[in-house]
Ligand binder design. Sequence first.
Ligand code: PGA
Length: 251
Amino acid sequence: MRQRLAVGNWKMHGNLPDNLALLDKVAVAAGGLSRAVVAVCVPFPYLAQAQSALTGSKAAWGAQNVSQHRKGAFTGEVSAGMLREFGCRYVLVGHSERRQLFGENDATVALKTAAVLSAGMTPIVCVGETLAEREAGITEEVVGRQLGVVADGIRAEGLQVSILAYEPVWAIGTGKTATPQQAQAVHAYLRDFLGRRDTALAASMPILYGGSVKAANAAELFGMRDVDGGLIGGAALVAEEFIAICQAADG
Ligand code: PGA
């Protein structure tokens, strides 16, 4: 049976007191789940706080970005080794905001994925099409290309411990969620794409859906055959919403 996950992506939100209240609630809620893994990907400065609040709980934490470089003169960058020191289990790579606003391309995403793996953490590789790409009928071509470059750039053992997230760009932060059928269709395509390389890998790879997941739509989305949980932005900042989504992922 594939792993089920609910991963919060806080983006650039938070402050120390609000975070603490939220982290404490997430820690308690994670303890009540039977199979879903819960994690929060927080801004870099809050990693120490997440580590201290969640250590000893069943909730994990992670980062939203990483440098592809190991160390050196890269002002403002943060290496995978540094994230590891703060106990991160997960690192988001290739989020559409990184691609669109910070110029990350498929090759950068592949390098970052490899950096996360070599530091012993789990990359959550994000792929997704824009509205224009969907309307042009090239969704599969786009997500296949994004995934293909990463899959080519890392070793098979790396892919086996990675997680994939399908996040249609038009659904992120817009309140416009993909229908369960739309999500399922792309998830099935991604699994099939992986299956052409390795059937066991395709069967075991968790594929998360992200894009306006809420307590109200999570169960229906996560009930689809190839949807193994969610990557949650806005709703991950509201304890009750996020906890309900985690429970939906737990099935
Ligand atoms: P959203 O963001 O849930 O606010 O749409 C999801 C994401 O960007 O990971």
